[in-house]
Design a protein around this ligand. Structure first.
Ligand SMILES: [Zn+2]
Length: 111
């Protein structure tokens, strides 16, 4: 589980992400009510991820549960459509690994 300094910090981040990306799941692009969206760690906390801006996005419960504690590279195989958008955001592009970049560049992913 992600450790935030306190809930105010966590809520501030959630508002910040919603302001930037809208009230939708970053992975599946479905719109949701603000209260339903979850702060998702691209690199899971259990795998060494942090609360940095470049490692956090908003996701729906379905995508969040599907990804669980997998790295993007592990989740990518069956979910390339959900991962492609990460690559288009410079901030997140820095977070995903070279391996994944090569997978995306090789044309496995739909644009
Ligand atoms: Zn989703």
């Amino acid at each position: 589980m992600a450790k935030w300094k306190n809930s105010a910090v966590k809520q501030m981040r959630k508002r910040q992400l919603a302001k930037e990306h809208g009230y939708k799941c970053f992975y599946c692009k479905t719109k949701f009510a603000y209260s339903v969206l979850i702060i998702e760690h691209i690199v899971p906390f259990s795998r060494g991820g942090t609360n940095d801006m470049n490692n956090t996005i908003l996701a729906c419960d379905s995508c969040n549960s599907s990804k669980h504690n997998q790295l993007i590279e592990e989740w990518f195989e069956r979910n390339d459509f959900r991962v492609a958008s990460l690559y288009r955001e410079y901030r997140y592009r820095k977070t995903i690994s070279n391996t994944l970049r090569k997978m995306i560049d090789s044309g496995k992913s739909a644009t």
